[in-house]
Design a binder for this molecule. Sequence first.
Ligand code: SF4
Ligand code: MG
Length: 323
Amino acid sequence: KPDLAQNLLGLFGRKKEQPVVHAVNDVSLSIAKGEVIGLVGESGCGKSTLGRMVAGLIKPSSGSIRYQGQDTATLRGKARLDYILGTQMIFQDPQASLNPKQRLHQILGEALKVHKLVPNAEITDRIDTALAEVGLEKDYRNRFPHQISGGQRQRIGIARALMVQPSFLVCDEPVAALDVSIQAQVINLFMDLRDRHGFTYLFISHDLGVVRHISDRVAIMYLGRIVEIASTSDIFNRVAHPYTQALLAEMPDVQRQKRIFTPIKGEIPSPLNPPSGCTFHPRCPHATALCKEVAPALQEIGPGHQAACHLLSDGRTSLDPQA
Ligand code: SF4
Ligand code: MG
């Protein structure tokens, strides 16, 4: 629950008068080592804030982030550095996160130098290894960010994360700025890296199609809360929550098979003044009087499958007539 208004600058673009907003509320999520979790929702739903909290870039105002069993707020010295370096973030816009005045070897070597992680003589070797890992030739070292393509810039963003030998990557919309043809290549790279290194991923996207092939589980977020979480196959085959259905309705291939989901109507409400009860009720085709009054709890509706919707509370496990 970040209540520092400045954390929300990015989310809401407000510069003055910062009201207190809880961009993330009551979220409980555990991620096993080597697991890939897709975190999906519309922009403004709090998924980037959650990702930044997990990576240690912002602090929750209450609750805790635990890393390898330890509350990260209590970590000091080397233990804190292990967490900060072990958890690397990859951002949507590699252009914005790469200093245009630095050559790629400076960008890639920076964290190693700042934290004095290896002798300077070894940095070049590490850079060459990281470039090879992301499928770029050694001679990219001397280029500037503007001398490479958007897809190559994202490869450099990934190589920079790899330089400090992380085990957990928080990827925030890592392919959203790329052409569709390049997106698949970068997703394949993430999958190769997982196979090679056993990385754990929190993979954030507004697009279920992007997380479908890489995620073991998918968590769906709406207005700061997780409304459904299940294995990727259950999300696609036994969808429970009306909001998840609406997201599926935006996927042409799913819609072609099922033809049952109605696309979502309206805009995501402002988290400054969230709707009462189930915050999805103004957009939900199934909303009842109860939905306007009472917020549904996230509950188990099947093995490893949780959803927060009143319609699912009487033992129903799906609103999908074909499930
Ligand atoms: Fe829709 Fe009610 Fe379920 Fe919310 S609780 S998703 S409004 S049916
Ligand atoms: Mg975002």
